[in-house]
Design a protein around this ligand. Structure first.
Ligand SMILES: *Cc1c(COP(=O)(O)O)cnc(C)c1O
Length: 397
């Protein structure tokens, strides 16, 4: 930090689509003393968080927790189930889908990438077509990003499942829920997902540093035959140790304290209420963007994301300059445009531990920032959001 940086009063507005603001209760839980990870108390914590994560994934199957960012859990999903030269079908929803594809290539997997313009979710029809054309069943897996954090488009995993079934294709279904889990409805078992990948720092309201796989019986069977080299990520040792709540190596004990608390908080609010809160805040955000006369990057309402909204800047406006103006003037961080949409969009995160007034404050910062940065727009976005929030607010009985 610059030596003479003046103190900024109030709290920083962290409105990027992850990491999301960490609630006080989670921070306090993390601040407890680290315990012996081989001792009797640790097993109880381990069982509690593993069981809790099953309730969040909506699975009765195996869950593993890595002391790693989400990228690690991506690698774990691929390395545990596939062999060198295997083919997988992936969908280019945006930057994160592209990174996952690049990783698969580095691991020696052959990828077929269904292209897109980064303004929509995965098209189940195209997936079905590609699988029907693969009569020899050479695709070993279909990999889809549930919520594409770089664009603000959410894919319909139930439809992807139906497409795989309609094509009568045996490929595994692997889904990245790093930015959607605990923000948007997700059902690992019901949707027949084989490997779900998740991370701690978005909907789960934790700091970065934990990631997860939820694993089906079919994926466990595939792991027995899979030949990609793997050691740190190997599932069977983690699942064996996890049966009594322990890890094969030193776990991120303090983050697990936080995870236990975050899961408790999600259930206190009720998962359905958590999802409805995200839907409502996202709708308010879209009304603001529309009133400003700006484009939402996601062009099809079917795929609108309840986690974040990508806002397209008019031609000739540098979205990063607008973000810099807003950070300087109002101490708020917005998400940058990634790779293909760099400088063309900024992203408003509306996920995790936020409420109506957090959002109204954030939108006010954006509207004032658009003015300061001379972005052509109409006023009234914040008003449109407030009108919607007030009309749909809980009223005292
Ligand atoms: C954040 C994110 C990632 C990357 O996770 P890291 O924790 O940064 O490794 C991958 N996929 C999606 C959809 C994400 O939102």
């Amino acid at each position: 930090m610059a030596q003479n940086a003046p103190r900024k009063a109030g709290r920083h507005f962290l409105q990027i689509p992850g990491p999301s603001p960490v609630p006080e209760r989670v921070l306090t839980a993390i601040a407890r003393q680290t315990i012996d990870h081989r001792g009797p108390d640790f097993g109880k914590l381990g069982l509690s968080v593993l069981d809790g994560m099953r309730s969040i994934f909506k699975t009765k199957g195996a869950v593993v927790i890595y002391p790693a960012s989400g990228t690690g859990a991506w690698e774990a999903a691929l390395a545990n189930t596939l062999s060198p030269g295997d083919k997988v079908l992936m969908v280019e929803t945006g930057h994160f889908a592209t990174l996952w594809k690049t990783m698969a290539g580095k691991l020696g997997i052959e990828t077929t990438f269904i292209g897109s313009d980064w303004r929509t979710g995965a098209d189940a029809g195209q997936i079905e077509q590609a699988l029907r054309a693969d009569s020899g069943h050479t695709f070993k897996a279909v990999c889809v990003v549930h919520n594409e954090t770089s664009t603000g488009c959410t894919s319909r995993i139930d439809e992807v499942r139906k497409a795989i079934d309609a094509a009568k294709h045996p490929a595994l279904l692997m889904v990245d829920t790093i930015s959607s889990l605990a923000s948007i409805d997700y059902r690992h078992d019901e949707w027949g997902v084989d490997v779900t990948v998740a991370g701690s720092q978005k909907g789960l309201m934790l700091p970065p540093g934990l990631s997860f796989n939820a694993i089906s019986e079919k994926a466990l069977a595939a792991a027995k035959a899979a030949k990609l080299p793997r050691s740190f990520w190997v599932w069977d040792e983690m699942i064996a140790a996890g049966k009594s709540g322990y890890f094969p190596y030193t776990p991120a004990t303090n983050l697990l304290y936080g995870l236990d608390e975050a899961i408790k908080m999600l259930h206190e609010e009720g998962l359905d209420n958590v999802f409805a809160r995200h839907d409502r805040l996202a709708e308010a955000t879209r009304r603001a963007v529309t009133a400003w006369g700006l484009d939402i990057l996601c062009k099809d309402p079917k795929y609108y994301s309840s986690v974040l909204t990508g806002v397209v800047m008019p031609d000739g406006v540098d979205a990063d300059a607008v973000r810099a103006t807003i950070l300087d003037a109002f101490d708020m961080s917005l998400g940058t445009g990634l790779s293909k949409v760099s400088k063309k969009i900024f992203r408003i995160g509306h996920l995790g531990d936020i409420n109506d007034l957090t959002l109204v404050g954030a939108l006010a910062g954006v509207e004032m920032g658009l003015g300061l940065a001379n972005v052509p727009h109409s006023k009234g976005g914040v008003q449109a959001a407030m009108d919607y929030l007030a009309a749909s607010a809980k009223k005292a009985a």
